[in-house]
Design a protein around this ligand. Structure first.
Ligand code: FES
Length: 233
């Protein structure tokens, strides 16, 4: 079983294939946006950087575990690169946490305060796109908040298999959009993308500006789409 050293501490990497997985499984938190345990790895957000001894700084979500390797999750070079990536992401993403439905459970909000501690250098609205784009009867996309992590796109391709979503255009013009002639209403599991979105870009119309997550109370329920009928709280 491979053993790796995270911040000088020996940990068993177990069956975990990547440094990010091994770190999270052993209680070392590494910030991440695009990685999700149920989705393929795209390595696009670049905030999960770690420093590997002798190899410099690289992303942990796509770094295979090698027996004996040594990584640092919060060294000075790591902090500098992570901060630079967060500032880059915040060029388009407004720091509008005060009116955002995701506030309080948003990893970008958490990382912004942890690594920047100062307002974004500038906010450059995506002038080529309207702020809100309806993806379905129930779900709205806030184009400015979207950080193009592609979790929602991969969900419709890899999990629900509806293939409804894709990313149009390139570079600064990139936008999440449904395939031509389709909407997220075509995907019976589409409401999951609201939870999958790490930054509050996908909004539920029925929840919009209605409540903060900390006002909600757990309620026994049975998922209508699940044949197992398990009860969750
Ligand atoms: Fe590793 Fe996004 S989580 S690049």
């Amino acid at each position: 079983m491979p053993v790796i050293f995270i911040n000088g501490e020996a940990v068993e990497a177990g069956e975990h294939r990547t440094v990010l997985q091994a770190a999270l499984a052993n209680g070392f938190y590494i910030p991440h946006f695009c990685w999700h345990p149920k989705l393929s790895i795209v390595g696009s957000c670049r905030v999960c950087v770690v420093e590997q001894e002798g190899r410099g700084v690289n992303i942990a979500c796509n770094m295979p575990v090698v027996d004996g390797m040594r990584v640092l999750t919060d060294s000075e070079p790591v902090q500098a690169q992570r901060k630079a990536m967060l500032q880059f992401i915040l060029l388009n993403h407004p720091v509008d946490c005060g009116i955002c439905d995701k506030a309080g459970e948003c990893t970008l909000q958490d990382y912004h305060y942890a690594y920047n501690g100062e307002p974004a250098l500038s906010h450059d609205p995506k002038l080529h796109a309207t702020k809100f784009f309806p993806l379905s009867e129930r779900i709205i996309l806030d184009n400015e908040r979207c950080i193009l992590c592609s979790r929602c796109v991969r969900f419709t391709r890899e999990v629900s298999k509806s293939n409804v979503l894709g990313i149009e255009y390139r570079g600064d013009s990139s936008l999440v959009r449904p395939a031509e002639g389709r909407t997220l209403d075509d995907d019976p599991y589409s409401d999951n993308v609201i939870d999958l979105c790490p930054v509050g870009a996908l909004l539920s119309r029925s929840f919009l500006h209605q409540a903060r997550v900390w006002y909600l109370e757990p309620t026994p329920s049975v998922c209508p789409g699940c044949a197992r009928g398990c009860t969750v709280q």
